[in-house]
Design a protein around this ligand. Structure first.
Ligand SMILES: C[S@@+](CC[C@H](N)C(=O)[O-])C[C@H]1O[C@@H](n2cnc3c(N)ncnc32)[C@H](O)[C@@H]1O
Length: 286
């Protein structure tokens, strides 16, 4: 389907939802004794889609959907959950907060890609760019660990975000037999050379195409670090079209295949119904 048509539909859906009453004043949101938001209580009452709704919570507790592998020999048939806790730091600006696109990306990848438990000694190699709090990487790592899939995830951002990334990775590090998660610095277009190109099976990013950041440097880093079969998943929140156009034009010249899928009511039926979020997919590095 045409990308601008999909985006027009998303904008219309968002405008309709925005007209509904604000549920944040309602007592529906539940917290832990430490004041951490239980995200499930937000999802149960989701009416509006303002990404800034969570800024005043010091941390958010997410349920990660995972296949039920017990007993280990049976095929995954149902889901069980594990939880992750993501701390925020408002002082760090946008990167210090969690964004809907990040939760949606973690859930989308873990529920739509068919990962099979690997017997091979080489783990799936995954790189996240512009990770902010690290939510998408941490979600995916928890999913892959419970799914018993060997994986190595590198979660990256600018130097100023590294302490928060490290804090969140440490807070969610449990016994890990299958999935390793490593926080690191990667500034797009600047220190790509610190990472070995060609080695990533997946390159992912959530809400990293906006007016604030350089879409050309981002596309260049993705291209440098991808190989011919790398799959690139970038979730976005449709805001200013011009930056998406610049990013997609740059990516379309570097990858053979590209698709876009909308989330929410019109597309992938994830738990967060934010209609303004979509996922760009690229593969086939030129
Ligand atoms: C809107 S935040 C999204 C954070 C997180 N992915 C999420 O969705 O919750 C965008 C992130 O991109 C990062 N970023 C912006 N420009 C960057 C650059 N040149 N190199 C690396 N990261 C960058 C920011 O530091 C910030 O963490």
């Amino acid at each position: 389907m045409d990308k601008s048509f999909l985006r027009a539909m998303a904008k219309q859906a968002e405008a309709e939802h925005a007209a509904t009453p604000d549920p944040y004043a309602s007592p529906n949101l539940k917290t832990t004794p430490s004041g951490y938001l239980l995200y499930s209580s937000f999802l149960a009452n989701q009416f509006v889609y303002d990404d800034l709704k969570f800024v005043d919570f010091p941390a958010i507790v997410y349920d990660v959907l995972t296949p039920n592998l017990s007993p280990p020999t049976s095929p995954p048939t149902s889901t069980s959950t594990s939880t992750i806790t993501i701390h925020q730091d408002k002082k760090q600006g946008k990167g210090g907060l969690v964004w809907c696109a990040s939760f949606i990306l973690g859930e989308y990848i873990s529920t739509t890609i068919e990962f099979s438990p690997s017997l091979s000694s080489s783990p799936l190699n995954i790189l996240e760019l512009g990770s902010g709090t690290g939510l998408a990487s941490i979600y995916l790592s928890a999913f892959l660990e419970t799914s018993q899939i060997h994986s190595s995830i590198t979660t990256t951002d600018l130097p100023s975000l590294l302490p928060l990334l490290e804090q969140n990775v440490a807070a969610n590090r449990h016994e890990s037999k299958f999935s390793t998660l490593t926080p690191s610095i990667l500034s797009w277009g600047v220190d790509d050379g610190n990472f070995s190109p060609d080695s990533f099976d997946y390159i992912i990013g959530a809400d990293i195409v906006t007016s604030l950041y350089d879409p050309i440097a981002l596309a260049s880093t993705i291209h440098t670090l991808a190989n011919a079969s790398t799959k690139v998943y970038i979730s976005f929140k449709g805001r200013e079209q011009v930056y998406h156009d610049k990013f997609e034009a740059a990516m379309n010249g570097k990858f053979v295949e590209s698709t876009v899928e909308l989330m929410g009511d019109e597309g992938f039926g994830g738990r967060n119904r934010n209609p303004g979020v979509g996922i760009l997919f690229f593969t086939g590095k030129i």
